[in-house]
Design a protein around this ligand. Structure first.
Ligand code: MN
Length: 128
């Protein structure tokens, strides 16, 4: 089940790792470095799932989520927050903002692809 995934993340090392792991897992991965370029790319490529860093410069992840959820063609795309924020209540804040789930950094290479695929399956966006 090859899926089209979009990662919005400002840290190049994290982008590299996420793309490497998901591509190795057989998925098609698109990268965006900022919230606004991520929104543009989401409109263009219509991904099956969006992996979203919360700590982004300018437009943060919560703001990106709000924009996605207000967009008629993007609001049904599942969002998984990927963040190192370890603040209490942060997970709930992501879910309240419309994320399907939450993967904590540092990314664990042994389980990351599996975790993402669980979200794809749960959202019934697993194949195309
Ligand atoms: Mn970041």
């Amino acid at each position: 089940m090859k899926s089209r995934l979009l990662i919005i993340e400002d840290n190049p090392n994290n982008r590299y790792l996420v793309t490497f792991l998901l591509t190795k897992g057989g998925h098609e991965v698109f990268e965006a470095e900022t919230g606004s370029s991520g929104l543009d790319m989401a409109i263009k490529i219509k991904p099956d799932l969006i992996l979203l860093d919360i700590q982004l410069p300018e437009m943060d992840g919560y703001s990106v989520m709000r924009h996605l959820k207000q967009h008629p063609q993007l609001k049904s795309i599942p969002i998984v927050a990927v963040t190192s924020y370890a603040m209490p209540g942060d997970r709930q804040k992501c879910l309240d903002a419309g994320a399907e789930g939450y993967i904590e950094k540092p990314i664990d290479p042994s389980s990351f692809v599996f975790e993402v695929e669980q979200f794809l399956e749960a959202s019934d966006k697993g194949g195309r």
